[in-house]
Design a binder for this molecule. Structure first.
Ligand code: ZN
Length: 233
């Protein structure tokens, strides 16, 4: 007999180019690192995006992006490290400040901040430690968005603690892991899906996920999306 009470509602993942994703499930929409305006591969306009929750991994312009104007227009709350939350509040957005190792829940969505090896500032202002984010929507697989980071072996603990089944990993190199390091990171997890990100946006970054796909092999299914493309998992 089919139990109507307990089932996984499919989660729709849309890649908005670079590190920007929209997750949708059960009527809830979580927007991560919405760099839309000025993003040469963005498939949408910032003013057309609707969401309930915004997660920002760090303060660089290509991640904080349009988070504040989108939050102000939609009433969505920004979840980010304390310094970014204060900055967003100063600019009129609703924001919840957190820090690494912490978890908050809102509207059936749980958001945890985890380490990332990177930097974080905006227009000369220090915006706290850079982070990765673990996002769990109600009844769905856990998502780990690594933010911008190099490889670090403590990702092993993120795997143990949160057991994410969907990884969003930067592969572009220069500012983050490249395909080789990202494929090493995949080995630390027991993931079903990996979505490569932070590539193709600018000429300095890797332009293809081909090497990453072949290095990951059958360890996980690599979802190579085009900006604007959605997939249901
Ligand atoms: Zn960055």
């Amino acid at each position: 007999m089919h139990d109507m009470g307990v089932r996984c509602i499919a989660m729709r993942i849309t890649w908005l180019g670079h590190a920007a994703f929209l997750l949708e499930s059960g009527g809830r929409r979580v927007l991560i690192d919405p760099f839309i305006t000025g993003n040469p591969v963005s498939p949408v306009k910032a003013e057309d995006i609707e969401c309930d929750i915004i997660v920002v991994t760090h303060g660089h312009a290509d991640h904080l992006g349009d988070a504040i104007p989108i939050a102000k227009r939609t009433g969505a709350t920004i979840f980010a490290i304390y310094e970014i939350a204060v900055y967003a509040q100063e600019h009129g957005a609703k924001a919840e400040g957190m820090n690494i190792g912490g978890t908050m829940e809102a509207e059936g969505v749980s958001i945890s901040l985890v380490p990332a090896w990177h930097s974080s500032s905006y227009e000369g202002r220090y915006l706290g430690m850079p982070c990765g984010a673990v996002v769990k929507m109600k009844d769905e697989r856990t998502v780990y968005h690594a933010g911008d980071t190099g490889y670090f072996s403590d990702m092993q603990y993120i795997a143990t603690r949160y057991d994410p089944k969907i990884l969003m990993l930067p592969i572009g190199g220069v500012y983050t892991m490249d395909a080789r390091d990202a494929a090493e990171a995949v080995k630390l997890f027991n993931a079903e899906y990996v979505v490569p990100m932070h590539y193709r946006t600018f000429p300095v970054l890797a332009q293809s996920a081909q090497e990453f796909v072949s290095l990951v092999g059958d360890r996980a299914k690599v979802l190579v999306l085009n900006p604007g493309e959605s997939i249901e998992v």
